[in-house]
Design a protein around this ligand. Structure first.
Ligand SMILES: Cc1cc2nc3c(=O)[nH]c(=O)nc-3n(C[C@H](O)[C@H](O)[C@H](O)COP(=O)(O)OP(=O)(O)OC[C@H]3O[C@@H](n4cnc5c(N)ncnc54)[C@H](O)[C@@H]3O)c2cc1C
Length: 472
């Protein structure tokens, strides 16, 4: 399916601008009502909880009532397990800045995280590689952190925020009444009305949907989505590595069935994310531990038949570049680690798909995180984009509140949508294109991608641009 992003942008804008005039600019005294909250966040995953923290520390929202609804149970105080969790994320510097701003990064450092100083990406059909590292190798490219640790650190910081934030576990909206939708009198009310699964009702000036890729808020808002099923699953596991050099490199090899990635989580352990066909993913989960380890080593090490034409052209291209560009010692190919074991019961798999909501906002509603955009994990950007949504929406709400505007006013929400789509859409398109580009063994494509990858690898300014782009 061809993705018509530009069309989505334009029609969206025309349609939303019509709503601006209908905005109510504040409901005085409403915050005193027991069933009223100034802002409700639906979904207390990593992104929703971070949104609650950011709003909880926003001095302009003092005296506001902020409510976080989470469908899952309260798991109580988090005690760091000895065993690593199989779900990890590579966090970029922008995310670290956001988490530091409300003290969660310091909590993560006190628990467990590991730096990836270098990254090597290569493919099985040709000899092209690309490596990334900050020039002196002392600044991490990314931090690899378990999802449970990230969430626990955010929840801990949430206990110490300045403003009032209430968390309601095992609670979700079962009915939504959104202003601006339909012709009923209720639909014109200056608040969103939510009926919760416990029968109570809550009204709010702004509903933030952070309820994941299957978002109920997005569906209630009637936002169209662009979807692409990759027919792939991401197999995750915790791997033990053979003793060797320091484990500070993130590895990714593109195979015809999808990329396999190893992210360092300790000196001797790495977290696996292997995107592959659904059938293969199922087989991988059913293998004995020994056979699984063999399969991972084979995927990382086995020399597959190379595309001859791509090999010849790449050889010539390298000679040309070597004559005009200085040798880059940091970019040399390194050998991946050898996996010696997989942690018991650490294997799991997740279906992979692209989902993008054509709208992120409407009057009194905004989407953040996977509720707005779900992407392939090959670039490790999913939750980072979600955290950037949090920073941006918090900034827009600060602006709105500082000029006395209603937090649910569409004018500010539209600025949030424009800014985030400007960032998210190109990232999603790039990742989707990479997934397609490496999903074929068709010779002209193999040639084009090998030469392209090698060109980027050899041109430091291009690499720097890509690294800078991935870290904001
Ligand atoms: C294999 C794999 C590897 C990945 N690796 C990376 C990586 O390296 N780097 C990266 O940046 N991203 C990565 N991602 C993506 C990342 O995991 C997601 O982007 C991230 O988890 C999204 O967080 P979220 O809070 O938006 O949504 P979710 O994690 O889905 O959280 C949604 C929350 O809302 C709650 N909820 C659901 N419905 C309701 C409701 N109706 N009412 C109230 N609450 C509700 C749920 O219980 C949940 O707590 C990876 C993804 C996969 C599958």
């Amino acid at each position: 399916m061809a993705l018509k992003w530009s069309a989505v942008f334009t029609s969206r804008r025309q349609c939303l601008v019509k709503h601006i005039c209908k905005q109510f600019m504040g409901t005085s005294g409403a915050a005193q009502h027991g069933d009223f909250a100034d802002i409700v966040i639906s979904g207390g995953g990593m992104v929703g909880a971070a949104m609650a923290c950011a709003l909880g520390n926003n001095s302009l929202l003092r005296d506001k009532r902020i409510v976080l609804l989470e469908a899952g149970k309260d798991t109580g105080e988090f005690i760091l397990p000895e065993q690593f969790s199989n779900r990890t994320c590579a966090l970029n510097p922008a995310t670290v800045r956001l988490l530091s701003s409300f003290g969660s990064w310091q909590e993560i450092e006190g628990m467990r995280c590991f730096s990836a100083l270098r990254m090597q990406v290569w493919e099985s059909c040709a000899d092209s590689i690309i490596t990334f590292n900050n020039s002196d190798m002392s600044e991490p490219l990314a931090y690899i952190v378990e999802n449970d640790v990230i969430l626990a650190a955010i929840m801990k910081a949430l206990k110490h925020v300045k403003n009032k934030v209430e968390i309601h576990y095992e609670t979700k909206a079962t009915a939504f009444n959104l202003p601006g939708s339909g012709d009923s009198e209720e639909a014109k009310l200056p608040y969103v009305k939510l009926t919760l699964n416990n029968g109570s009702v809550i009204k709010t000036k702004l509903l933030i949907g952070a309820d994941g890729s299957n978002s109920a808020v997005r569906k209630a808002a009637g936002f169209q989505t662009i979807n692409r099923e990759y027919n792939q699953s991401g197999v995750v596991a915790t791997l033990k590595l053979a003793d060797g050099l320091s484990n500070t490199t993130a590895w990714q090899r593109f195979l015809p069935t999808g990329p396999i990635a190893l992210l360092p989580i300790s000196d001797t352990m790495s977290s696996l994310v292997w995107s592959t066909t659904r059938e293969h993913a199922k087989n991988l989960q059913e293998l004995s531990a020994e056979s699984f380890v063999d399969a991972v080593n084979d995927a990382l090490w086995h020399e597959r038949e190379k595309n001859e034409i791509a090999g010849k052209l790449l050889g010539g291209f390298k000679n040309v570049l070597n004559n005009i560009l200085p040798e880059d010692g940091e970019g040399v190919r390194q050998l991946p680690p050898t996996v010696i074991d997989v942690v018991d019961k650490s294997r799991a798999s997740f279906p992979l798909a692209l989902t993008h909501s054509s709208q992120y906002v409407r009057p009194r509603v905004a989407l953040i995180g996977d509720a707005a955009h779900r992407i392939h994990p090959l670039a490790g950007q999913g939750v980072n984009l979600g955290f950037s949504d949090v920073s941006c929406l918090n900034e827009m709400l600060t602006k709105a509140t500082s000029c006395g505007a209603d937090p649910g006013a569409l004018t500010h929400l539209l600025q949030y949508e424009t800014e985030r789509q400007r960032q998210n859409v190109p990232v999603m398109l790039t990742i989707d294109s990479l997934q397609r580009l490496y999903g074929t063994e068709f010779t002209p494509v193999v040639v084009a991608r090998s030469l392209g990858l090698h060109a980027v690898h050899s041109l430091p300014f291009l690499k720097k641009m890509i690294m800078e782009r991935a870290s904001v």
